[in-house]
Design a protein around this ligand. Structure first.
Ligand code: NAP
Length: 246
């Protein structure tokens, strides 16, 4: 019996737990940070809350006699990924990063790229006045000082301060449809969409809607995956990697 920890908080993490459930050779625990008030449940065992840094995670892995870790966290969750690299090295067990591919612009898209949230905030005033801001509630501080710009802010749970002075809050969780996203852009007379390059289909309808409306999109580039760690793009490949472990 192998013990596996999935660092989750993504659809891919949940799908991997589901793919592995019922495998008699694996005992799987999914871990969530506890950021959203009603997390979607994962198959198998689960735990919620931080570990207390890389050292805390390494201690947890040893105590639970964990054999392997899959980092299936969001592409922008850089701190837990760094901790996973350090903790698995300290515990002497293998780590796999499961990261969905980023989005790619197609014909008709008007995308501009920023290297960071601060970079996006610096570019923003030259690009729009009525902005659909979909970076998530943890990433709004970078935009808080921007004045004279209306922000439609969408997040799963209510964000805390600081927020831009002129904003309207929309609490919603994907998946979203292109038609509903088009209606939203129209209703709020949006002239710029700001997003992180999260990838995946759950929140990509806004990109289709922006293309159809001819709107520019400011895309924040993702942090690079950790060097020297095996990387797969989908849950099936992660399940195959786990089943191949010696
Ligand atoms: P982060 O900045 O990389 O992590 C901050 C701290 O949160 C970590 O040091 C760790 O605390 C704890 N943590 C993060 N993921 C955890 C997990 N799966 N299990 C247990 N503890 C975890 O992460 P974040 O960007 O705040 O994201 C938090 C969670 O939300 C992640 O699990 C991610 O998959 C999910 N999520 C993030 C985004 C995003 O845009 N960043 C979007 C959708 C979902 P300790 O140091 O105490 O262990």
């Amino acid at each position: 019996m192998r013990r596996v920890l999935i660092l989750g908080g993504t659809g891919e993490g949940r799908l991997l737990a589901e793919l592995l459930s019922g495998d008699p050779g694996l005992e799987v625990t999914s871990s969530l940070a506890g950021r959203v008030t009603e997390p979607r449940p994962a198959a198998g065992r689960s735990r919620i809350g931080g570990f207390g840094g890389a050292a805390g995670l390494a201690g947890w892995l040893r105590r639970e006699r964990t054999d392997a870790v899959v980092d299936a966290t969001h592409p922008f969750a850089a701190a837990i990924t760094r901790n996973a690299v350090a903790a698995t090295a300290a515990a002497g067990i293998p780590l796999l990063v499961l990261r969905r591919p980023g989005w790619a612009a197609g014909p008709g898209d008007r995308w501009l790229w920023a290297d960071s949230l601060a970079g996006a905030a610096a570019l923003l005033p030259a690009l729009g006045r009525r902005v659909f801001l979909t970076t998530g509630r943890g990433d709004l501080a970078a935009f808080a000082a921007l004045e004279g710009i209306f922000f439609l802010i969408r997040s799963v749970d209510p964000p805390g301060p600081p927020l831009p002075a002129c904003h309207r809050l929309l609490l919603a969780r994907g998946p979203f449809t292109p038609d509903a996203e088009c209606a939203l852009l129209h209703e709020h007379r949006i002239d710029l969409l700001v997003t992180k390059d999260s990838g995946g289909t759950a929140t990509s309808a806004k990109l289709t809607a922006a293309r159809e409306a001819g709107l520019p999109v400011l895309v924040v580039r993702r942090p690079p995956p950790p060097a020297g760690v095996p990387l797969v793009a989908d849950p099936a490949a992660a399940a195959a990697w786990l089943r191949r472990l010696p």
